[in-house]
Design a protein around this ligand. Structure first.
Ligand code: BES
Ligand code: ZN
Length: 846
């Protein structure tokens, strides 16, 4: 018999839980397949809800051994979702014992084992796989946990009462529960909080990895200090533990007092980690730490409010990284990522609001829209109310909602109350999906510049009509001699069409519009090549200066693809000047040398009425890079020498910036020097950033065979480095043979496909090679789908996330569309397909 179609959960149907939980006591007996969980939970009627004569507790894949209410045995009705049991009218104590098997839990959700250690992942709904419980974020309770096990290290949330016994005084939802037990070593540290309390810090790793936790520890201390300085938020327990685990579906998790990390975002040494790895470690350590206030002390009422904690915490980690590493470079990389992930999502069948209104599987809604657009919405809010208004609103938020499970309405209300602003129209950013397209026309007459703006958002699934949104548009003006004649002013657009004037100008300026990317919109502006080149040379807003080069690059590439045009000289000379300008930071100049991605170009072509040809896009980018290399060879060659960083390696932003410019130069120079520099660098490099940059170039130019083998021999025992080895071969493979490369890598003895990092390295690598993925014969589509079919029964969460490789099918020609749909339908037809993947595939097919 076929299962009933899964029913969506709806925001409009929220009701409070009829009980409050006063105390949770858990006792774990960790014994492999015979693991037992004993729970004792004190319930009382919830005064804010209707009285109930029975209780429903979530539970999944649990074997109930015994259940008691106030000491008397009970026999609840058990289904696949949980249990229901009659209860007394007042407060009562529920006691249960269940058996679970962490050793066969390959979903990495709930309690599982990884490399001999026990660990948990409970967000969003994993706690119900540990014991029967009201597994919803608005049920908050203090937890006490006892871990019986022969493992030397036993950890849970809160403060340690005695060996293996933990007490967390702060009421928390079950999704923040965590437990770890294993043979682990710690990298210790300490922190004195602003009120003078000492906090013990530990980063727990596998034996032998201790030395690689130093940078993460340093990032943690800086995060703690930053949150005190900038937000006035102090840590609230005596101890803070971080554990690194090799098998993990996500990046990291903010469990109260016990963050659990994918080892890739903790462990780093100069020889094994790249500058990008260091950057991510810093940002993710900060992110999870910042959740202690934005997520844990104030949590979400229900999962529709996910952006309340994730959007805000991303915004906070972005502010932190910006303070640590430089605002301009950070903003540019944020926007590149937003466009690559969130705009892509918003333009396709998976488009949804920052606060979705229904879901089948909540794990499918940890999306770029919730996270990154969620952060952009706060960025706009801050621009609209000003820095002081923002600080006041945040203080009020922490004061008013500490200990609450809150909503987006609560969040917006603190801004209204703190600043007196009406945010009813602004709130559409949370409910309306899609990326607004902002069109602008410019007129200059009698010393007045008029900007006529129009905003339009295309229909998205389930939302045919769109209302105008509040769009903060930061604008500055550059005079003919290249000086700024009007400083940045934030125009507030709130109608479909609206004009703004700049008066008293002595000559026609060039407007710099949407400075620092003041709103997550697509700006549609007809501007001649000369004016773009002018902004590239003179814009005083570093983001828009970069953007001018990027738009120019996109226009040039579009003309090359659609008209067979030659690379425009304005772009080449404009870029050379910026790249040679020593007054600009190296990291910024490196970004200038980057071109719009193949995926971005495919979407741009589609938006302008063309059918993108992935091979032609790839060829055009190649041709433009050849032209850049030819035009700039002398500058690149001298920069390559100048940007050499002295040993010993340091991961700081300045040194990393030099290496990124050097790497960009290397990439282009290899088109001229037969890879001579890359070969030399591969031999000489004493750090992973340069070793990998050199290897990438060699593979890309078909000269990587020996280096690939040498790299393998050197690093075969290091899992994190081997992930890079696998990925690079896929990403840098020539598009024609990528599918074959992937096939042979999946047959490699080290391809441990049940490990999410390894799986993502190879299969996820395919997405980073669009011309290879979209190969005309569909071989890559088939291969990709084969592997999703194989992974789904083992790890539905990771499978479901990876279906997004197909979310852009509607952009392409009829043949490709049909081939992609065929693969999606094949996946949909898998008997026993997970709800996770089923929901995604269904939405992508539309
Ligand atoms: N709360 C999430 C982890 C999570 C995500 C749990 C999805 C369950 C389902 C955590 O705070 C997070 O957002 N992690 C990100 C990294 C972060 C820096 C954006 C991740 O894991 O990708
Ligand atoms: Zn988060």
């Amino acid at each position: 018999m076929k299962d009933a179609a899964p029913q969506p959960v709806r925001l409009s149907e929220y009701t409070p839980f009829p009980f409050v939980v006063e105390q949770v006591d858990l006792r774990f007996t960790l014994a492999g397949a015979e693991t037992r969980v004993h729970s004792k939970i004190r319930f009382a009627p919830n005064p804010a809800a209707e009285r109930a004569g029975e209780i429903f507790l979530h539970g999944k894949e649990l074997e109930l051994i015994s259940a008691r209410i106030d000491g008397a045995e009970v026999s609840p009705v058990i289904t696949a979702r949980g249990l229901t049991c009659p209860v007394p009218s007042g407060a009562f104590t529920w006691e249960a014992e269940v058996r679970i098997d962490p050793t066969t839990n390959t979903s990495l959700d709930g309690l599982y084992t990884s490399g001999g250690m026990y660990c948990t992942q409970c967000e969003a709904e994993g706690f119900r796989k540990i014991t029967f419980y009201p597994d919803r974020p608005d049920v908050m309770a203090p937890f006490r946990v006892q871990i019986d096990s022969d493992m030397p290290v036993r950890l849970s949330n809160g403060n340690m009462v005695e060996e293996g016994v933990w007490d967390d005084p702060w009421p928390k939802p079950a999704y923040l529960f965590a437990l770890v037990a294993g043979d682990l070593r710690n990298f210790p540290g300490e922190f004195k909080t602003m009120s003078g309390k000492d906090v013990e810090l530990n980063i727990w790793v596998r034996p032998g990895d201790e030395a690689r936790a130093e940078y993460a520890m340093d990032a943690l201390k800086r995060s703690m200090a930053w949150d005190e300085e900038v937000y006035g938020r102090e840590y609230d327990l005596q101890i803070f533990n971080i554990v690194a685990v090799d098998d993990f579906n996500m990046g990291a998790m903010e469990n109260k007092g016990l963050n659990i990390f994918n080892s890739k975002y903790v462990l780093a040494s100069p020889e094994t980690a790249t500058d990008t790895d260091y950057d991510f470690i810093e940002g993710i350590i900060a992110h999870e730490y910042f959740h202690n206030w934005t997520g844990n002390r104030i949590t979400c009422r229900d999962w529709f409010q996910l952006c309340l904690k994730e959007g805000l915490t991303v915004f906070r980690d972005q502010q932190f990284s910006s303070d640590m590493r430089g605002a301009a470079v950070k903003r540019i990389t944020e926007v590149m990522q937003l466009r690559a992930r969130q705009f892509r999502e918003d333009q396709g069948p998976l488009a949804h609001p920052v606060r979705p209104e229904e879901y089948i599987e909540i794990n499918n809604f940890y999306t770029a829209t919730v996270y990154e657009k969620g952060a952009e919405v706060i960025h706009m809010l801050k621009a609209l109310v000003g820095d002081e208004g923002y600080a006041k609103a945040l203080d009020l938020y922490f004061e008013r909602h500490d200990g609450d499970a809150a909503t987006i309405e609560d969040w917006l209300k603190v801004f209204e109350d703190a600043t007196g602003r009406d945010l009813s129209q602004f709130s559409r950013w949370y409910s309306q999906a899609g990326t607004p397209r902002l069109t602008v026309e410019e007129h200059f007459k009698d010393g007045t510049l008029t900007l006529d703006f129009k905003q339009e958002t295309k229909p998205t699934p389930g939302q045919a009509q769109k209302q105008p949104q509040v769009i903060p548009i930061a604008v500055g003006l550059i005079g003919p001699n290249g000086n700024e004649v009007a400083e940045t002013r934030v125009l507030e657009m709130n109608k479909s069409e609206q004009s703004f004037e700049f008066t008293g100008l002595s000559a026609m300026p060039v407007a710099s519009i949407l400075r620092n990317f003041s709103a997550p919109v697509v700006l549609d502006r007809k501007l001649d090549i000369a004016s773009r080149a002018f902004l590239l040379a003179h814009d005083t807003d570093p983001f828009n200066r970069w953007e001018a080069g990027r738009v120019l690059g996109k226009e040039v590439l579009t003309q090359m693809i659609t008209e067979g045009a030659a690379p425009a000289p304005d772009l080449l000379t404009g870029l050379s000047r910026v790249v040679a300008d020593d007054s600009l930071e190296p990291a910024y100049r490196a970004l200038m040398l980057g071109l719009p991605s193949e995926d971005d170009l495919a979407q741009t072509l589609f938006d302008s009425g063309h059918v993108p040809d992935p091979a032609a896009i790839h060829a055009a980018r190649d041709a433009l890079q050849d032209a850049m290399a030819a035009e700039m060879e002398p500058i690149l060659a001298s920069l390559y020498e100048q940007m050499e960083t002295p040993a010993p390696y340091s991961p700081d932003a300045e040194a990393a910036g030099k290496r990124s410019l050097r790497g960009a130069c290397l990439g282009l120079l290899s088109r001229r020097d037969g890879c001579a520099r890359a070969k030399a660098l591969f031999e000489a490099a004493d750090n992973m950033t340069e070793e990998l940059a050199a290897l990438a170039v060699l593979i890309r130019h078909g000269q990587g065979e020996a280096a690939v083998q040498a790299f393998y021999d050197k690093w075969r025992h290091d899992r994190l480095v081997m992930d890079k080895w696998f990925m690079l071969q896929v990403v840098q493979s020539s598009p024609e043979t990528m599918a074959e490369t992937v096939k042979s890598l999946t047959e490699h003895a080290d391809f441990d496909w049940k490990n999410p990092n390894r799986f993502r390295s190879v299969l996820g690598g395919m997405q980073a090679n669009p011309a290879g993925f979209h190969r005309a014969d569909g071989a890559a589509y088939r291969l990709y789908a084969d592997w999703l079919l194989k992974l789904d029964p083992v790890n539905p969460q990771t499978t479901a996330r990876m279906t997004t490789a197909f979310e852009t099918w509607a952009r392409y020609d009829a043949d490709r569309q049909q081939m992609m749909r065929e693969q999606l339908e094949r996946i949909a037809a898998l008997p026993g397909l997970s709800e996770n993947t089923g929901e995604m595939v269904g939405r992508i097919l539309g």
